[in-house]
Design a protein around this ligand. Structure first.
Ligand code: GLA
Length: 388
């Protein structure tokens, strides 16, 4: 939880005294289904208790001011009619991009003073950007007295990130931040943008998120490279199956038939990851429904190995932390989560082993990599809300 009185003091120092409203949107952890959303398959994320808070006051004019309590001295401003000028990757572009997308829907926004405060580690693969986008949209719409569904909010936030910020992400993160439900994972069909809330009956087990503290340096360029490789694979397969809309419409049994047609060994490995990972998501939900947590854990392990060997998006730190995790008795499965190349892991650990797990994995990870690892138990939490 943030220190509200401190944040309010910062708000008043910046914008003066008066009424303030507070909104929240969570971050997310993807349990399984990595690099699947832009290939039209199923993913299985859950919202976190950690997320982004925004303190907001309505203004009488059309100016939007943005500040963050962990970026002292940064105050960016824009008039609602000039949002376009804020395109780019600077801090503030995510929020202005979202406001721009809302305006394009014909919704009349109000001028606002905003102060952001986060409990999510930034750039660690827990969707800090999507969480900022969603909390901005949610707060701005509430203040404007306009209603959009959570799925519409997710879609406009994704458009903002794709078009305004210029990051070519899929729909998973924004959707997960907008649609979280306490105690549930979201089985999201990314082609239809529809989800089923699946109760996470992890009786006896806990989700542990682990931050490798390795920043995702190459993430953007490598992410786009993987997307292009998947598109190439799809294009090749379409020469024989023109009706195919996305790679996730293929099954694992189909794969050998297309190896030669794809013709490129790297692209074939990327396609193999996508098709097998999509199958693992469906199987995960079947196992969870049966209460087979150990079976679910094995799929997490298989997912990591596929991301390491076939999709090649893990790296030394993610491999080290998940190896330490898997070796610990009481951990039934561990994998990287998010785009990869650094960021976070997710592990499923027996309740009674959690404390020992965190101590042992932190120590061993640090001795292997020289980096401190931050591991913490996490619950599947709810979506955006107004706090006061
Ligand atoms: C990032 C993107 C998502 C998704 C994941 C990989 O988090 O924002 O859209 O593609 O990577 O699963």
């Amino acid at each position: 939880m943030i220190d509200r009185s401190n944040a309010l003091a910062v708000f008043e120092k910046l914008y003066g005294p008066g009424d303030v409203r507070l909104f929240f949107a969570p971050g997310r952890v993807n349990l399984i289904g990595e690099h699947i959303d832009y290939n039209g398959g199923f993913v299985f994320p859950a919202a976190l208790e950690l997320g982004n808070y925004v303190f907001v006051r309505v203004r009488d004019d059309d100016v939007v001011n943005l500040a963050a309590d962990d970026l002292p001295g940064t105050l960016v401003s824009c008039r609602l009619g000039q949002l376009e000028t804020k395109r780019g990757r600077e801090w503030g572009a995510y929020q202005f991009g979202v406001l721009d997308e809302i305006s394009k829907l014909g919704i009349e926004l109000r001028g606002m003073d905003m102060l952001f405060s986060s409990t999510l580690p930034f750039g660690a693969g827990l969707s800090s950007s999507a969480s900022i986008e969603v909390v901005t949209a949610f707060a701005a719409l509430e203040i404007a007295g306009a209603k959009l569904s959570m799925t519409e909010i997710a879609l406009l936030a994704q458009r903002a990130e794709n078009n305004f910020v210029g990051v070519n992400c899929g729909i998973m993160d924004q959707f997960a931040c907008a649609n979280g439900k306490e105690g549930c994972g979201m089985l999201l069909d990314c082609a239809a943008v529809r989800c089923e809330q699946i109760p996470l009956n992890l009786s006896g087990y806990t989700i542990v998120v682990g931050n490798t503290n390795k920043k995702r340096g190459l993430a953007d360029s490598k992410y786009n490279e993987r997307r292009a490789e998947c598109e190439k694979g799809l294009e090749r397969i379409r020469t024989k199956r023109p009706e195919l809309k996305n790679l996730c419409q293929l099954t694992e049994e189909d794969l050998p038939e297309y190896e030669e047609l794809i013709g490129d060994e790297t692209v074939f490995r990327r396609v193999s990851h996508v098709v097998s990972e999509n199958a693992r998501v469906i199987e995960s939900v079947l196992l969870l429904r049966k209460g087979d947590i150990e079976g679910f854990g094995k799929l997490l392990n298989a997912s990591h190995l596929s991301l390491r060997d076939l999709y090649e998006v893990t790296g030394r730190e993610l491999d080290a932390m998940t190896e330490c995790a898997r070796a610990f008795p009481g951990c039934v499965g561990s994998r990287m989560t998010g785009a990869g190349f650094g960021g976070c892991t997710v592990s499923i650990v027996e309740n009674s082993a959690v404390d020992g797990f965190i101590k042992a994995v932190s120590a061993e990870y640090e001795s292997k990599t020289g980096l401190r690892g931050d591991l913490y138990p996490s619950n599947a939490a709810g979506g955006p809300k107004e706090i006061f």
